[in-house]
Ligand binder design. Structure first.
Ligand code: NAD
Length: 325
């Protein structure tokens, strides 16, 4: 029976993975995979990891030394993995798509909440405060939304926006043939959009794509939504944009320094991250804890795809969801 060391386990992971674990002997570790915890993988055949585990060259070399055959990512993004070090030595598989609907729907939830301030209304009415002061929103109908990255998630988000009667424009290095919308350069998109929503991966090219310069090209009073990866936005530049009023509000499901914070209950801790604290204390910022994917359907897809990826590698030595250099 193949043995898998499962890192960064949360109760909901265990609940779904135990249902489908079948032929595998899985040890669930709460710790994230890092250089300090990598020794836990000794004696296993594979590791199963998530977005905030550290798979740099040092950790991967250790896994190779322990004869680990597979790194099974239970997520789509692999920006936390040094693919070069693993090349031809250890298989890396991922779940390329679990529920693009879940993420696109969450992006719209963030936008609707920011715009119509339902989070504030909820707190107010529970306190018997029925005043509408400060709750004005705008009609989404006929507003222009600029989508950065129109792959699986961006495509669905575009269609949701069309359903609202919005004017949808996009920027992507590879325009999506399934979408009948106007593609523009990034600068043009930023200057025309009332709302920008980011759906491209984090890469060397997209790191800090949203910075002081790009923010200066945006319309005044724009809304910025990010459900992709935190590193696409320079958070300090975002704070400056919010402070100046250039950005009217921001809905963030991801944050560039989220790795030791998101997914954890830190409610009795002083967070040692001033940028995050400032963002959280801004009345026009909504932060969710990387939960855009978090639906029952997505979790089931993550589990079933992860197991079929692992099985294909162990049985055939190859898998269509393998991440290659
Ligand atoms: P995808 O690969 O289907 O689409 C990504 C799109 O981005 C592609 O069309 C690609 O051409 C485009 N792109 C790549 N580089 C670009 C660049 N430099 N400039 C502009 N566009 C560029 O991916 P997807 O399934 O739509 O997911 C998008 C991202 O969402 C993922 O990379 C991941 O980081 C993030 N994600 C977040 C969550 C969450 O829970 N918050 C869940 C899943 C995925």
């Amino acid at each position: 029976m193949k043995r898998i060391a499962f890192f960064d386990t949360k109760p909901y992971d265990m609940h779904f993975f135990k249902i489908y674990s079948g032929d595998y002997d899985i040890m669930y570790f709460e710790d994230k995979l890092t250089m300090k915890t990598v020794h836990l993988a000794k004696g296993y055949d594979g590791v199963c990891v998530f977005v905030n585990d550290t798979l740099n060259s040092e950790t991967i070399n250790k896994l190779i030394e322990y004869n680990i055959e597979i790194i099974a990512l239970r997520c789509a993004g692999y920006n936390n993995v040094d693919v070069k070090t693993a090349h031809k030595k250890i298989h890396i598989v991922r779940v390329p798509s679990y529920s693009p609907n879940a993420v696109a729907e969450h992006a719209m939830a963030l936008l609707l909440t920011l715009n119509r301030k339902t989070h504030k209304a909820y707190s107010r009415t529970r306190d018997f405060n029925f005043s509408l002061n400060g709750l004005t929103g705008f009609d989404m109908f006929e507003k222009t939304v600029g989508i950065i990255g129109t792959g699986k998630i961006g495509l669905i988000f575009a269609n949701i926006c069309k359903g609202f009667g919005m004017n949808v424009i996009a920027y992507d290095i590879y325009p999506n043939k399934l979408l009948d919308i106007k593609y523009l350069s990034l600068d043009e998109l930023l200057s025309e959009s009332d709302i920008n929503s980011i759906h491209c991966p984090l890469s060397e090219k997209t790191k800090y794509m949203i910075n002081d310069e790009s923010i200066s090209k945006m319309k005044d009073g724009v809304y910025l939504i990010n459900t992709s990866r935190g590193g696409v936005i320079d958070s300090l530049a975002l704070l400056r944009g919010l402070k100046s009023g250039k950005i009217k509000g921001s809905g963030l499901d991801v944050y560039e320094e989220e790795s030791n914070i998101f997914f954890e209950d830190m409610s009795d801790t002083i967070i040692n991250d001033d940028t995050l604290s400032l963002l959280l204390s801004s009345p026009n910022v909504i932060i969710t804890s990387h939960q855009a994917f978090f639906t029952k359907e997505a979790l089931e897809k993550i589990v079933t795809t992860t197991f079929s990826n692992i099985q294909e590698i162990f049985e055939k030595g190859e898998c269509e969801n393998e991440v290659k250099k």
